[in-house]
Design a protein around this ligand. Structure first.
Ligand SMILES: [Zn+2]
Ligand SMILES: [Zn+2]
Length: 362
């Protein structure tokens, strides 16, 4: 089958038509991919800023599709079901899962045993699966607990975006930071995740919502999603935000994936404020904060995929989409083919105005 394969970091992914996929084992599901969003996290791995998977590797993690075949023990899904994949599968039995935090499941058993038959292979050699999904491929073979069932009338491009950008951004507001009505919010980075943070802040009834981006176009465009103010990240943005809020914001969100923007987010918080780091920083990156600022009850926290419980969250987000509360169609700026994915991924680093490209499979 057709797929995009990463043979070497820093090089273009190769479009191939001979990727082999195994049949589903007990708890696995074979999914025909319909759409896969182009997310910045894929770029980190293509560039080698993250190296946690052996090569060759098939990237792609913001995906939707239709169930083709299910393993003998799968009860939740059947062939024909429409699904969204999520990169945080859960075991349902570990300490974190049982405390309602399946996004940081520590149970394991969701991948195949090492040395056994691989899910993906090419010419008889194993190919790594990216975050249990590998969406840049015509088919995906995943654990059933990496999938959520969705209504069949939801467009597949919208469904795909729910899997990462929406879940990560909205979840950071609702689940991780728990923003309350009236609180002030600053969002650094107005790409797909930043716009999802902004929308969740609007839906939750936040007071002032300040969109920050180095692109004036993107910062201004964020107003259509609920931002009340646009600030250009020109080096003066922290001072500008502290000034306009008379002391800083209740909640700052970092949605770029850089140490400098994480530090800027923390520096915009008021006394007692919280900075939530949503973007994926390069592996091992250090973030430094001023200890004097920290003393005054400020906090900085991570948010893993929006602290999601995706089988609960995504159906709720779908309802918000259907009612018009959550704008998703507007966030999709281009539909592309698999052959255009690599260029679209590389272009993310210097895009201006483009929000989300989605690869569509016919
Ligand atoms: Zn992503
Ligand atoms: Zn678990």
């Amino acid at each position: 089958m057709k797929a995009l394969i990463l043979n070497e970091t820093g090089q273009a992914q190769e479009l191939i038509d001979d990727l082999d996929i195994d049949l589903p084992q007990e708890h696995e599901v074979l999914v025909r991919t319909c759409a896969c969003g182009i997310c910045h996290s894929d770029l980190h791995f293509r560039q080698g800023k993250w190296t946690s998977f052996p090569l060759p590797l098939v990237l792609g993690h913001e995906c939707s599709g239709v169930v083709e075949k299910v393993g003998s023990q799968v009860r939740y899904l059947q062939p024909g079901d429409h699904v969204v994949g999520c990169l945080t599968p859960f075991c349902g039995e570990c300490e974190n899962c049982l405390q309602g935090r399946p996004n940081i499941c520590i149970g394991g058993g969701l991948q195949r045993a090492e040395g056994g038959r691989p899910r993906l292979s090419r010419k008889g050699k194993p190919v790594s699966q990216f975050v249990n999904l590998s969406g840049f491929s015509e088919m995906m073979l995943v654990h059933e607990r990496a999938l959520v069932k969705i209504d069949r009338d939801i467009p597949m491009d919208v469904a795909a975006i729910m899997g990462c950008a929406i879940t990560t951004g909205m979840g950071a507001v609702f689940n991780t930071a728990k923003v309350r009505p009236g609180e002030t919010v600053a969002v650094i980075g107005c790409g797909g995740i930043g716009l999802s943070v902004i929308q969740a802040a609007r839906i939750t009834g936040a007071g002032r919502i300040i969109a920050v981006d180095r692109s004036p176009l993107k910062a201004e465009a964020a107003k259509a999603y609920g931002a009340t103010d646009a600030v250009i990240a020109d080096g003066n943005e922290v001072a500008a935000i502290v000034e306009m809020t008379k002391g800083g914001v209740d909640h700052a969100f970092e949605a770029v994936g850089l140490a400098a923007t994480a530090e800027a987010a923390f520096n915009t918080t008021k006394v007692g404020g919280v900075a939530t780091i949503v973007g994926l920083l390069p592996q091992g990156e250090k973030v430094s904060v001023d200890s004097t600022m920290l003393t005054f009850d400020r906090r900085v926290q991570g948010s893993s995929m929006g602290s999601n419980r995706f089988r609960v969250d995504i159906p709720r987000y779908m309802k918000m989409y259907e009612s018009g509360l959550l704008k998703v169609d507007e966030m999709i700026s281009a539909h592309i083919g698999l052959s255009e994915v690599d260029a679209a991924l590389v272009a993310l680093d210097h895009s201006d105005g483009v929000t989300r490209s989605v690869a569509m499979f016919s």
